[in-house]
Design a protein around this ligand. Structure first.
Ligand code: BES
Ligand code: ZN
Length: 628
């Protein structure tokens, strides 16, 4: 294994001879069990060789230059080495490496491997088994896919520039050299220099006020994987919500955000009652400008969130419960590779809905479950020609891990856990999950380790139960096994009834919708017949003002119906939405609908032309593929 890894690219002859010699000599002495378990673990999307040298701590000292759009600085690693270690391997992508120091001495013994489209390059640094400390001086480039540099006019307040990072899945390596595998954890300290007047925040301990010096210090004392490295810089304010919860946002947004997330402390306390102590100290949310490509990102201590969940009525805060739940499923017990992504997301969706149930009641959580089930059915249809991508356990080797980030991990994963809950009983299942989180805290988990744990701890070693519940079929098979729990929502029954009344001639204005929440409306809009007449679209819009709604989820669902039904009065709003919002979950279906409505793709292309500058690379990559 070591030989093949070394031979991936040319290495100076002296070192190569030495390496081969060492390898040959130590073939049997090397910690083979460690090496082979590392190999079994198969890092898949990282060049790191942690069995040889592993990063345990990072000191990051950086300067953020908005003029040049560059982050430059020094990443210093404290490492743990094997007795035969001769190199430290880091992942880098599109970085300029300037100098490398080993235990304080500059070294020329470092090499960049060949470039891979997804993985970037290996940065190999010659070390000895005694090496304690390696420092890399570097700068980011235009190719830093994790970063989005925003002009003032792309922010809410229009006054200052803004920068944020998005590292998951394998983009941390585009702004910090790192061992970029979710299976490798380290602690970090950082000192970040930003233009005066701006605030810098990280996935770590944070200030609550702008520091006039522009210099910020951070500490993350719990070991985290690299995909949870995060930085944001902008004109930000903080509002406290509860004892250890709060929100950061631009000044014009912060009050609305504090109102929207008022129940955050309650969510945190519910989560702790469900699955044990919160291990990260504070839980804050940062509301980003609308180009943020995701709904939320569970950066430890500081969730990054889209402003599109600020609906004004707290109706879209399941997203906060979701990111909070990741503080257990994902950040505490972490998927070992991106093939095991469902362990992060499926558990988190299940946990999110348990939090929502405990704060807002069962009928609320049931609506979320049914909407999730609809998403799953839709995804299964879309994946009908790639059935292997409907397995919970994926095989993403050689592919962009982004390919695996579908609703399968989220909703099939959740359906699997709902099946376990129903068959074992909620109390038993909760006790099991509590134990799972506490025993595996700050560790990584493969799908196979989880299944073994399930067999031993939930089924008490009972093989028959494992077979009866079709566990392998759920994890390694296609689609949804026939023992899935049927989810239903009585509240949605009422929505269907009113919709049928309307379809049979009752005026839209007279429908009984006074008590409907965002989720009722989403079900209504999703359940409409495939094709509606102009008169019907006008009538709905006149009665419920869908085209001008301030609720992003309702807007997205309505825009899809508008595009499918050629409803021109929504055209301007569709375009304005696509230009303002960069959240991929909304962009993809809307662009897809535009393409389906017009074979030439011209309308989609025209809008994309105007909107593209506002999107993060995660979103442009997906839309480029769609428009190809
Ligand atoms: N960790 C994910 C976001 C993510 C996944 C980023 C894969 C990069 C690669 C986050 O927790 C998430 O799931 N966000 C969802 C929110 C939702 C399901 C409530 C999103 O952004 O839509
Ligand atoms: Zn998630």
């Amino acid at each position: 294994m070591i030989i093949s890894a070394v031979n991936r690219f040319p290495i100076p002859a002296v070192l190569l001879t030495m390496t081969l010699f060492l390898t040959a000599c130590n073939e049997h002495k090397s910690p083979t069990s460690e090496v082979s378990s590392e190999k079994e673990q198969n890092l898949i999307h990282s060049y790191a060789v942690p069995s040889e040298a592993k990063v345990k701590h990072l000191n990051w000292n950086a300067k953020v230059d908005f003029e040049q759009k560059i982050i430059g600085g020094v990443a210093e690693y404290l490492i743990e080495t094997a007795s035969d270690a001769n190199r430290l391997t880091l992942d880098v992508k599109n970085l300029t490496i300037e100098h490398v120091f080993v235990d304080g001495e500059e070294t020329k013994e470092w090499w960049l491997g060949p470039k891979d489209k997804f993985l970037g390059q290996a940065l190999e640094i010659g070390i000895s088994p005694e090496t304690k400390n390696v420092a890399v001086h570097y700068e980011t480039t235009e190719g830093a896919e994790a970063l989005q540099w925003l002009k003032p006019e792309q922010t809410a307040d229009n006054t200052d520039p803004f920068l944020f990072t998005q590292s998951q899945a394998i983009l941390a390596r585009t702004w910090i050299p790192c061992q970029d595998s979710p299976g490798i954890r380290y602690t970090y300290n950082a000192q970040v220099n930003v233009p005066k007047g701006l605030m810098a925040l990280m996935s770590a301990s944070n200030s609550i006020e702008i520091d006039s010096s522009g210099v910020y210090e951070f500490k993350m004392e719990q070991p985290i994987p690299s995909y949870l490295m995060a930085l944001a810089v902008g004109n930000l304010e903080f509002r406290s919500i509860g004892e250890n919860t709060g929100v950061y946002a631009e000044p014009s947004v912060v009050e609305a955000a504090a109102y929207e997330f008022e129940d955050m402390q309650k969510m945190l306390e519910s989560a702790e009652r469900l699955y044990g102590e919160y291990k990260w100290g504070r839980y804050d949310v940062l509301v980003l400008p609308p180009s943020f490509p995701f709904g939320g990102m569970e950066n430890p201590r500081l969730t990054f969130a889209t402003p599109t969940i600020l609906a004004g009525d707290k109706s879209l805060t399941a997203l906060v419960a979701h990111e909070l739940a990741h503080s257990w499923s994902g950040n505490l017990v972490t998927n070992s590779t991106w093939d095991d992504f469902w362990l992060n997301e499926g558990f988190t969706v299940y946990f999110e809905r348990r939090i929502m149930e405990s704060v807002y009641g069962k009928s609320y959580a049931d609506m979320l479950k049914v909407l999730g089930q609809q998403d799953l059915e839709h995804t299964l249809e879309k994946l009908s020609d790639a059935p292997e991508d409907t397995h919970l356990k994926l095989s993403l080797e050689g592919r962009d891990p982004d390919d695996g980030m579908t609703d399968i991990a989220y909703e099939k994963g959740n359906a699997f856990l709902l099946m376990l809950e129903e068959n074992m009983g909620r109390d038993v299942f909760d006790a099991y999950l509590n134990q799972y989180f506490s025993e595996n805290a700050f560790k990584t988990m493969t799908t196979e380790q989880f299944l073994e744990n399930l067999k031993m701890d939930l089924f008490d070693g009972d093989e028959e139960q494992y077979i009866a519940l079709k566990i392998d079929e759920w994890v390694y098979g296609e689609g949804i096994p026939d023992n899935a729990v049927v989810v239903s929502s009585p509240l949605f029954g009422e929505v269907e009834k009113e919709m049928n009344n309307w379809l049979e001639g009752k005026e839209a204005e007279r429908m009984k919708t006074e008590d409907w929440t965002t989720h009722h409306w989403l079900h209504f809009l999703r359940s409409l017949p495939d094709s509606l007449g102009q008169q019907q679209m006008h009538e709905l819009d006149a009665a419920f003002s869908f085209t001008t709604t301030g609720n992003s989820e309702i807007a997205c669902e309505w825009f899809l119906r508008a595009i499918e039904n050629d409803y021109a009065p929504a055209d301007d709003e569709v375009e304005a939405f696509l230009i303002k919002v960069g959240r991929r979950k909304f962009l993809m279906p809307i662009y897809q609908a535009l393409i389906e409505a017009d074979d030439s793709k011209q309308r989609a292309r025209n809008i994309y032309q105007k909107a593209k500058a506002n999107y993060h690379s995660v979103s442009t990559n997906s839309i480029d593929a769609l428009l190809k």
